[in-house]
Design a protein around this ligand. Sequence first.
Ligand code: SF4
Length: 401
Amino acid sequence: MLVAAQCGTTQYESVILAGGTAFRRAVRIESLSSIRVIMKKTNLIGLTVEELEAFVIGLGEPKYRAAQIFSWLNKFRVHSFEQMSNLPQAFRDHCAETASIVFPDIVTQQQSKLDATRKFLFKLEDGAHIESVSIPPREDAVDADKRQTLCISTQIGCPLDCQFCATATMGFIRNLTAGEIVGQVLAVQAASEKPVTNIVFMGMGEPMLNYDNVMKAVDVLTAHTGFAISPRRITISTAGYATMIRRMADEDRKVKLALSLHSLRDEVRRELMPITKKFSVNGLLDALEYYTKKTKKSVMLEYILFDGLNNTAADVALLIKAARRMDCRVNVIPFHSIAFTNPHGMSAELRGVKPAEIESFAAKLREAGVPVFVRNSAGVDIDAACGQLAVKNEKQKKKSM
Ligand code: SF4
């Protein structure tokens, strides 16, 4: 909570943390005027039980109230303190005075005409926009009627400039808070009949650049007293932060990991994904090998096929060699046009390959004993397929990596 007060000739700002700890600073001298108080309430969405404990203790309540509030928010997904019927009325009133429950607003919900994909455009508290996509299950999935996979965003825009990605054209605006990440899931769940059973961090942004908030959101979403999704049903996809892959392994994170790979040749990958200038292909493979050995978990290698760029026999051979270094599955993905972003340079030159070539590329991997599956192009008619998320007209404020 931020309290600004003008007293005499000096204006003060007091920042009060969830636990009630406060610090105050003088911010500027102004002419004499009356005391003015502005309060910005703490949004409780995205707070862990421990953070909620600090909040309730700060309000003079016993610690166990935190678990009650956490369940109301994340399990029952209520929108007001008034609905928290097992809390004393006076405490509900006190909460409403000092805190808020703010979900991202669903501005539009687009439904694909080709499949069951739905794209959600959200407006955040500061007016910024992000997108999430509800992806239909594969038709042959055993539990297809019960599954809903949600692809969520972690940043507004992205600084990494991958040439095939529409989000990159927005530049980087800011990281999402844990509350804004969790809020996407809770808001889509409230707008869905089917439960959200799987979450992929493959929307706008590079999750590893917002690691703390992403992991906090994972902790909140997986807590058994809340949304209670299994960490095995959550996948975090990175463009290639080798150091963070190692960190995930060292921290023994239970979620799954995917790498947006797309080429095993440094010179090609550097052009396609400039992050390769920082982390070479070999450095990445070393990090993945470390991860798979340390965690005993498999990783997913994502590979978009581009005509004339990464689809030769030599490319297949390199991919097979890399896959044999670790426990992994390869996900071959068709390229989805980002022409709607008016791309230039390499982005404008990229072309996908025909479906038959995708199948033949995947078949060569299978013959070599590499587990592989081909991702379909769900949501392509509403620009909701892999690589197509971008908020049009969002203010661009590009920052360097
Ligand atoms: S693919 Fe991912 S990491 Fe690369 S620019 Fe797009 S959002 Fe960022």
